[in-house]
Design a protein around this ligand. Structure first.
Ligand code: COA
Length: 198
């Protein structure tokens, strides 16, 4: 069975080539990719190239990107875990949603699904997250779901010729267990991609 993490309105699943048109539409909006080193997409082929890079990154255990599939609206964004340290049982989450889905609660549910996956089957102790120091919305969104601000990583993220300071956040397994995110009903389908099984 195909791998999926299923919540009340969202399902996280592996992105497929057939998702490229939807990902292109969502991330061709400059507001969505404003804080990223990539985008906005100007051609559908860029979204297709992104989807095609994922299987090898998954097989190497580097990055587990998941499409956020909404029960009514279909694909609405991406959330992914990267920077895995197997020894330290940690990874970093990063997410984006199409503009129409900001402020709808989708980010909260998507974070609940990722946290269940990370602290459950993936056996993580810590999920970190980064936000540009000026990305106030993203920082507020992280705080809202229980991530704690840890400090600022100076000159951490390069976009072309510019290098940005980044705010570092984290959620620990114990904090998650005591948080509203852990109360969201979640079920798993299929097998976790093997490189991420602890
Ligand atoms: C980051 C992202 C996934 C968050 O999802 P979201 O649905 O927008 O988040 P939420 O609405 O749940 O939370 C955002 C909070 O920030 C608040 N906010 C919005 N603009 C703000 C600002 N300029 N300063 C401070 N807070 C702000 C909102 O009011 C909201 O809080 P509230 O629910 O208490 O009113 C989404 O905004 C997104 O895809 N952004 C573009 C990509 C991106 O920046 N990703 C993160 C990279 S680190």
């Amino acid at each position: 069975m195909v791998f999926g993490v299923i919540g009340p309105t969202l399902r996280l699943r592996l992105p497929e080539e057939a998702d490229a048109p939807a990902l292109f539409r969502l991330a061709s909006d400059p507001e969505v990719t404003r804080w990223f080193s990539w985008g906005p997409y100007t051609r559908e082929e860029e979204a297709l190239a992104y989807v095609r890079r994922l299987p090898a990154q998954r097989e190497r255990g580097e990055q587990l990107d998941l499409l956020i599939d909404h029960r009514e609206h279909g694909p609405i964004g991406i959330t992914g875990l990267s920077e895995f340290s197997r020894r330290d049982r940690r990874a970093v989450v990063g997410s984006w949603l199409g503009r129409a889905h900001w402020g709808t609660g989708a980010n909260i549910e998507a974070k609940a699904l990722v946290a269940h996956l990370g602290f459950g089957p993936l056996g993580l102790e810590r999920i970190g997250s980064y936000a540009n120091v000026d990305n106030a919305r993203s920082q507020a969104a992280l705080r809202k779901v229980g991530f704690r601000h840890e400090g600022v990583l100076r000159r951490f993220h390069r976009h072309g010729d510019q290098v940005f300071d980044v705010a570092s956040f984290s959620l620990l397994a114990d904090e998650w267990r005591a948080s509203p995110l852990a109360e969201v009903p979640v079920r798993f389908e299929g097998e976790v991609p093997p490189a991420f099984v602890p």
